[in-house]
Write a protein that binds this ligand. Structure first.
Ligand code: NAP
Ligand code: ZN
Ligand code: ZN
Length: 353
């Protein structure tokens, strides 16, 4: 084991603060990474505040990691010291189940998440990316194009590792493309990436927001139209017109008005995971036009690499606000007020500053 440092939450209510801890030594198939940037996902807040009821303290959050390889185990083939790499929400899985064989490791019953999960090597809890270094199995390390090597670009790539893949995957799974009318609900970290992908895939993209002041940004990010979801008149204009809607909102919200906007056979897919249930769904909202309500969880390693390669090819990265590590508690407060433009990313050089 070797010593490293980071920022942790010590209980559900106190601010995050500095934390010293240990990481495992390099195993034969491990990659040791110096973390340069880490994105701030709303999941970090849910977990830090124990909103899903399964947090183990201290928690070192962070699963939107980019950095540089500083060492590799004896059997590592894909990476060498100096390579630019990424780590997302997953750091291990069983490799043999149906889900792993289908490259959908996120659904593996033995999936190990980047933080607040059980490390198979040490038997201890995993610690995430709000830290100086991390050690991850080669299979769960992603390759980042040298096109993104400039520091400002690299920082903006970090959110792709969760916000990027979580929105890319369902849009691909439901074959969103040219000729489709697609809705993205919520312009936060996930939502702004959803808008960028839907636009890049050629869909007519409509952003639903509770923040009228985000309208201009949404259009700049790639939306063709913006709807203020609390305005019933605006909502009415879109009844039975959507092929697909992706709901990224981090708080309970009513799905019935969104279902009403779907065409026959349309799909409403949830990716937001609020602490409390959404209001009940009327059966008629689904039954009448054979609509589906679905969900989606991040993406497997193969698809995450595909997404990163697509982003390099099309020069698509996140719109970020770079922050120093000690500013993390203020960043959480702003996210809770929907005041994020459109992802906070921590500059790890400021750890301890
Ligand atoms: P975020 O950056 O905080 O954005 C959430 C957006 O939701 C806000 O900017 C806001 O957009 C909208 N919103 C409306 N009412 C809100 C309220 N009362 N509280 C908070 N937001 C509200 O969050 P995120 O990082 O994109 O994450 C969104 C959700 O997805 C979280 O629940 C997170 O845990 C979940 N998530 C799921 C997966 C998965 O694999 N399924 C992966 C990552 C994250 P407007 O201002 O435009 O209304
Ligand atoms: Zn996340
Ligand atoms: Zn498995």
């Amino acid at each position: 084991m070797f010593k490293t440092s980071g920022y942790a939450a010590f209980d559900p209510r106190s601010p995050l603060g500095p934390f010293e801890f240990e990481r495992r030594d390099l195993q034969p198939t491990d990659v040791r990474i110096e973390i340069l940037y880490c994105g701030v996902c709303h999941t970090d807040i849910h977990q830090v505040r124990n909103e899903w009821g399964e947090s183990v303290y201290p928690i070192v959050p962070g699963h939107e990691i980019v950095g540089r390889v500083v060492g590799v185990g004896t059997e590592v083939k894909k990476y060498q010291a100096g390579d630019l790499v990424g780590v997302g929400c997953l750091v291990d899985s069983c490799r043999y189940c149906e889900d792993c064989e289908d490259d959908l490791e996120q659904f593996c019953p033995h999936a190990v998440f980047t933080y607040n999960s059980l490390d198979k090597h040490t038997g201890k809890v995993t610690y995430g990316g709000y830290s100086r270094e991390i050690v991850v199995e080669e299979r769960f390390v992603l390759c980042i194009s040298d096109k993104f090597a400039a520091p400002e670009k690299l920082a903006a790539v970090a959110p792709l590792l969760c916000a990027g893949i979580t929105t890319y995957s369902p849009l691909r799974h439901w074959n969103v493309g040219k000729g489709d009318k697609v809705g993205i609900v919520g312009l936060g970290g996930l939502g702004h990436m959803g808008v960028k992908w839907a636009h890049a895939f050629g869909a007519h993209t409509v952003l639903f927001t509770t923040s009228p002041n985000k309208k201009e940004d949404a259009l700049r990010l790639g939306a063709d139209e913006v709807v203020v979801s609390r305005n019933e008149e605006e909502m009415k204009k879109h009844v039975r017109s959507f092929d697909f809607i992706l709901n990224t909102v981090a708080a309970p919200n009513d799905q019935n008005p969104l279902l009403a906007l779907l065409k026959r056979d349309g799909v409403l897919c949830l990716v937001g995971v609020p602490d409390h249930p959404h209001p009940p769904i009327h059966a008629s909202a689904l039954v009448l036009y054979r609509r589906s309500l679905a969900g989606s969880l991040i993406g497997g390693l193969k698809e995450t690499q595909e997404m990163l390669d697509f982003s390099a090819e099309h020069d698509i990265v996140s719109d970020i606000e770079l922050i120093a590590m000690p500013k993390i508690n203020q960043a959480y407060e702003r996210m809770l007020k929907s005041d994020v433009k459109y992802r906070f990313v921590i500059d790890m050089a400021t750890l301890g500053a």
